[in-house]
Design a binder for this molecule. Structure first.
Ligand SMILES: [Zn+2]
Length: 173
């Protein structure tokens, strides 16, 4: 396992009544979001053992990152616009046809990221990114995983678009 691995994992309280890796699971996430009396669904980030934590971004809207490149693979064809929105958050990125970070998508969990229920992963600071379409805000998940090219997690709580610091929070809610 790479030292530089970030994951977003889903921790479900109680019994795992939500079937994993199927569209019905995504629907349940919406339900959990808007009906908080229901069993809580929490997306928790995990780190590979022994990984050195990268710095968290500052609490500012503008973050300057070095020039970078990425490309969207066929598995993400239907979600490309959201991925581009996530990439655009950081600026200085160039979408290519095959160089830079490959971005792949899955309708299920992301495997091989050190967690049973990961919904996103960035291996090797941009060597490869995988995103799960199960999350409510897919563009935010994309922004979060792209952010791991440079940054670690800023803290626990629900990620949001407020600023770079909140984008890099540990949970997708
Ligand atoms: Zn993360």
């Amino acid at each position: 396992m790479s030292r530089i691995v970030r994951t977003l994992v889903v921790a479900l309280t109680g019994l795992a009544i939500f079937a994993p890796a199927v569209p019905a699971g995504a629907a349940e996430f919406h339900a959990a979001e808007f009906h908080r009396e229901r069993p809580t669904t929490v997306f928790v980030t995990g780190d590979a053992p022994g990984e050195a934590e990268k710095p968290a971004p500052e609490r500012s809207v503008q973050v300057a990152v070095p020039a970078w490149r990425y490309y969207i693979t066929a598995s993400c064809a239907s979600r490309a616009a959201e991925i581009r929105r996530g990439a655009a958050y950081w600026g200085n990125g160039v979408e290519t046809t095959g160089s830079g970070t490959p971005v792949g998508c899955t309708s299920g969990y992301v495997t091989g990221c050190g967690a049973a229920r990961a919904v996103g992963c960035n291996w090797g600071r941009g060597q490869r990114i995988m995103l799960s379409t199960m999350v409510r805000d897919f563009a935010l998940l994309a922004a979060h995983e792209f952010g791991h090219n440079w940054y670690g997690h800023s803290g626990t709580g629900c990620a949001s678009w407020t600023n770079a610091n909140t984008v890099m929070r540990t949970n997708m809610c």
